[in-house]
Design a protein around this ligand. Structure first.
Ligand code: ADP
Ligand code: MG
Length: 404
């Protein structure tokens, strides 16, 4: 007799714990590198959104000597990371660190974090490898107390499990976040990547002061060379050209107006009364329609028309927060100490309703070591995040290789 199949539902934590590789935790080297990256990026995001020149202290300590198992080299490590950025209000801490897919960044504005996953993935990974809790200490400053949570994540349920909660006096008005966690990884192989990552981060964030202590006692200091912060991004409304039917339907359901042109002007960037009129003519739709009453066919028709209408202005770039040509030059001068450097920030362009800005710099001479491989070294960034892995498949590598 056939036994019926059993069906289960996975919580988001459970899913990412089972598929760690999707978050980049593919092996012990990438695990510790990814852990550091995610936590540093959260500090950078918090610093930039609040325009606070970042002071970051990162310390990695070895708890248990190296073991060689099936996974290769592994050691138990303690990570301490402290920043002076915005801090997190006390009631938000448990979910921000204990519930996967919770984020303050699900908005149309640039940030390094996008998914509500990275920091939590680092914590879940550490917890699942060591079964140790982690500690989050934070304050939003001024007269607010410092709150410290000792927590674990209930991976099956995707909920925070608070083991201990303490309130500490904050007479000095300290503001920031401190995370302590125990994890495992291949430090010997990750070390060089971590140093390279921090060096490149210092190029794209020349306002940051970063102090890093590694498990062997080596210390790395990245001093700020400017107090100018990148202009923080502003949240924007969606541009009509990248839209899908589901998004249009949600906006049309939620809107307060019963007038289609007003709806278009209010919900989208780059649509004013004149464009709205032209668009509706183009879509063959009556302007006096109530957006709430659009049928399925009409929603599809309007979406298709918005995607193919060519008279919209390019998307607003104010939701972006580029490094800036001047800052990039300062960062390159500081970290590379070249004889010559020049940088350029292009005008915004867009793809499928999303704006982007290309920024680039070239440096040579000075303390830059002549390279022996015959290839021009490239330092790549996406979304201001240094990219250290998989350079071979990057179009930038191909373009640079094609240059004589
Ligand atoms: P994401 O960065 O994609 O939002 P994370 O799990 O890395 O997801 O972080 C969850 C949330 O926790 C962030 O959206 C942010 O609001 C908050 N957070 C994390 N680290 C910090 C920090 N160092 N300072 C302030 N807020 C932080
Ligand atoms: Mg993050």
């Amino acid at each position: 007799m056939r036994v019926p199949e059993e069906f289960e539902e996975l919580s988001p934590s459970e899913f990412f714990w089972r598929h760690k590789d999707l978050a980049g935790f593919t092996n012990p080297m990438r695990a510790i590198y990814g852990t550091i990256r995610e936590l540093v990026e959260n500090s950078l995001d918090a610093a930039e959104v609040h325009e606070i020149p970042l002071k970051l202290h990162l310390k990695v300590t070895r708890l248990e000597e190296e073991q060689k198992g099936e996974e290769g080299r592994q050691e138990t490590l303690h990570l301490h990371i402290e920043d002076n950025a915005g801090g997190i209000s006390r009631e938000k801490i448990p979910n921000a660190f204990g519930r996967v897919l919770v984020s303050s960044k699900y908005r149309l504005r640039q940030s390094r974090g996008l998914f509500g996953l990275g920091g939590k993935m680092a914590l879940i990974y550490g917890q699942s490898m060591t079964h140790e809790p982690f500690t989050i200490r934070s304050s939003v400053g001024k007269r607010n107390p410092i709150v410290e949570y000792t927590m674990m994540v209930d991976i099956e349920k995707n909920t925070p499990r608070i083991l201990k909660r303490r309130r500490l006096q904050n007479p000095g008005g300290w503001r920031g976040t401190v995370i302590d966690l125990t994890t495992r990884g291949d430090w010997a192989h990750a070390k060089q990547k971590v140093v390279e990552y921090l060096t490149n981060t210092a190029i794209a964030a020349p306002y940051a002061s970063i102090f890093f202590e590694d498990p062997d006692g080596a210390q790395y200091r990245f001093e700020p060379v400017t107090t100018d912060m990148p202009k923080p991004p502003t949240e924007t409304r969606p541009h009509p050209s990248g839209l899908d039917v589901e998004s249009l339907k949600r906006l049309a359901t939620a809107t307060k107006t019963t007038n289609l042109p007003t709806f278009l002007c209010r919900q989208f960037q780059r649509i004013g009364p004149v464009t709205a009129k032209k668009l509706l003519q183009f879509a063959g739709m009556h302007p006096r329609k109530d957006p709430h009453k659009l049928t399925r066919e009409e929603l599809i028709q309007l979406t298709n028309s918005m995607n193919s209408f060519t008279d919209f202005k390019a998307p607003e770039a104010s939701c972006l927060s580029p490094v800036g040509a001047k800052q990039l030059e300062a960062g390159m001068r500081k970290q590379l100490k070249p004889a010559f450097v020049t940088t350029l920030a292009r005008k915004p362009s867009s793809y499928s309703g999303f704006p982007f800005i290309v920024e680039a710099g070239v440096a040579y001479g000075g303390e830059i070591q002549p390279n022996t491989s015959g290839k021009i070294p490239i330092i790549r960034f996406a979304n201001k995040i240094p990219l250290l892995l998989d350079e071979g498949s990057d179009v930038v590598r191909k373009v640079v290789d094609a240059v004589n």
